[in-house]
Design a protein around this ligand. Structure first.
Ligand SMILES: *Cc1c(COP(=O)(O)O)cnc(C)c1O
Length: 367
């Protein structure tokens, strides 16, 4: 038996008829760009995550750019984000014209440390981008309090956190806007690139929609200079077919996480994910920490179990940010986490046998 890190084809098999029909309908209607399938997905997704507006776009990276451009980020503006994320989060700050300011993660949840945020604020700070990494919410009460105190906007990067909750409220509904990715491997994934920004702010929604569609919503009426970042009809129809299953898939991930927790919580030197008491984790990734992470990954791989490291180099230490000259002691938690983290196979369809194999192998790895 082998255990893949994720299995997209297995998910497709469970809803093949719906997906095939959705694709056929878009082709029949030649509804390739925008159109009714995109409108329908935007409404359904906004409803699913309790937001007023959903503005779809080409991917989760563009979503971040569009949100910041609509909020008016300009040269000299400082935007605070976490040291531990996918590079889109910080790279789009630069592309929107701002200056990236990294903050360390907290010791436990892999999300941005509110105390570090408070320390990083200067007169030039305009906004904060917390990332709900791996599927667990950042500490939104603390972050929103800081934002209010200093009059900053907040964009939640929800790319890994569809349906996650903080104190019983959905992530993506705390800040001014929230960005989603529907990259195939995300908890809700398209069959190609796709993304969205959600917001409760009518005016912001309008500006974001214009920005992604050449600066206007009516043909030849370009009110501003936008970009081309549209969701295509095929992806929208596929996402609409998948969305009704998202809750059940999320529960399956949570059940699989509970099985790992029970099987791994006594393993010497191994830390299972810490979930804060007021948060509902949706386990985009199930990430453990172990001081001999690399040996463990090698042993698992040799025995047919795929793992991944998300991410082996924290953002401040990437070559892309060498201009800042950041040192490990500035981001002690992110620096420790980058060498200890290991993500185990996690997908809604993972079987009890597969999980048992992973757990047994980890118990035997250091014998
Ligand atoms: C996937 C991801 C993105 C980017 O989404 P794409 O759709 O791949 O552009 C941004 N932020 C985080 C945290 C992600 O995991």
């Amino acid at each position: 038996m082998s255990v893949p890190y994720a299995d997209l084809h297995l998910q497709y098999q469970t809803i093949k008829a719906d997906i095939d029909a959705a694709i056929a309908a878009v082709i029949r209607d030649s509804a390739f760009i925008r159109g009714t399938y995109v409108d329908a997905f935007e409404s359904a997704f906004a409803a699913a995550i309790d937001a007023k507006h959903c503005v779809s776009c080409a991917n989760g990276t563009d979503a971040l750019f569009i949100a910041m451009a609509a909020l008016g980020v300009k040269e000299g503006d400082e935007v605070i984000t976490t040291a531990h994320s996918w590079i889109s989060t910080s790279a789009m700050i630069t592309h929107a014209g701002g200056t990236v300011v990294f903050c360390d993660t907290d010791a436990n949840t892999f999300t941005i440390d509110p105390a570090a945020v408070e320390n990083a604020i200067t007169p030039r700070t305009v906004g904060i981008i917390p990332v709900h990494l791996y599927g667990q919410s950042a500490d939104m009460d603390a972050i929103m309090a800081i934002a209010q105190k200093h009059q900053l906007w907040v964009i939640e990067d929800c790319a890994q956190a569809h349906l996650a909750r903080y104190k019983d409220q959905q992530v993506g509904t705390f800040g001014n806007a929230a960005t989603y990715s529907f990259y195939p491997g995300k908890n809700l994934g398209a069959m190609g690139d796709a993304g969205a920004v959600v917001t409760n702010d009518d005016d912001l929604a309008m500006r974001m929609a214009m920005l992604g569609r050449h600066g206007g919503l009516t043909k030849h009426q370009h009110k501003i200079e936008g970009i081309n970042s549209r969701l295509d009809g095929l992806q929208a129809a596929i996402l609409s077919a998948k969305l009704p299953h998202l809750q059940q898939w999320t529960r399956a991930r949570q059940k699989a996480a509970a099985v790992y927790n029970a099987g791994l919580n006594q393993v010497k030197d191994l830390e299972i994910p810490h979930v804060a008491f007021d948060r509902t984790h949706v386990y985009h990734l199930y990430t453990i920490q172990h001081p001999h992470r690399d040996e463990l990954a090698k042993y698992l791989s040799a025995n047919g179990v795929q793992t991944a490291i998300n991410y082996p180099i924290a953002l401040p230490f990437l070559e892309a940010y060498s201009r800042f000259g950041h040192r490990p002691e500035q981001f002690p938690n992110a620096h420790r986490q980058q060498s200890n983290i290991l993500s185990l196979p996690m997908f809604a369809e993972i079987t009890a046998d597969q999980q048992e194999l992973v757990i047994d192998l980890i118990h035997h790895a250091f014998e």
